[in-house]
Design a protein around this ligand. Structure first.
Ligand SMILES: C[S@@+](CC[C@H](N)C(=O)[O-])C[C@H]1O[C@@H](n2cnc3c(N)ncnc32)[C@H](O)[C@@H]1O
Length: 158
């Protein structure tokens, strides 16, 4: 991988930590200062920053993992996020997206541990996400379907 991996929408940082444990130079970004504080507390020594995927990434990266985080961005903003990802990735870089399969939007009112919250979760057919990826300049290389309602896509930029 030429460059670090950005775990975008890293939440509590578990995937960032897992990647570092595998020898990958990964750092985390999340919109929520509370999640970044938790990630820093749980994984001291790793890099976590507050930021939004709706803004350009501030450094070039070799890979981006955005598992169950683009789900919070509405359809009309998602292609712009993928364009930011495409611009930040070095040639040949890999992007992985994890998301809920379906169609439409749900309001989520409970977070981890039952804490009250109000966030929208956008469900998508994998074909729609694959089309956005192609339109942003990615080649979809693999797709995992996890049960009936979760998917992970892997895409590479040219
Ligand atoms: C369901 S959690 C997923 C956490 C982690 N990726 C995982 O799979 O365990 C979604 C995370 O995305 C973050 N998020 C939502 N909108 C975001 C945005 N525009 N930019 C960055 N992070 C965002 C939320 O704060 C939350 O921590």
């Amino acid at each position: 991988m030429s460059g670090p991996v950005a775990d975008v929408g890293c939440g509590s940082g578990n995937i960032t930590a897992l990647l570092n444990g595998l020898g990958v130079d990964a750092f985390g970004i999340d919109l929520s200062p509370a999640m970044i504080a938790l990630a820093r507390r749980n994984h001291p020594g790793l890099r976590f920053e507050v930021g939004s995927m709706t803004e350009p990434l501030t450094e070039p990266v070799g890979g981006i993992i955005a598992w169950w985080s683009l789900i919070h961005v509405p359809d009309d903003e998602a292609p712009a996020v993928l364009a930011h990802f495409r611009r930040a990735l070095r040639p040949g870089g890999l992007l992985s997206l994890g998301f809920h399969v379906g169609d439409g939007t749900r309001l989520k009112t409970r977070g981890f541990g039952g804490h009250p919250m109000r966030v929208h979760v956008h469900l998508r057919p994998p074909g729609r996400v694959a089309r956005w990826l192609r339109e942003a300049g990615f080649t979809v290389e693999a797709r995992w379907l996890l049960g009936e309602d979760q998917a992970v896509l892997f895409a590479r930029c040219g």
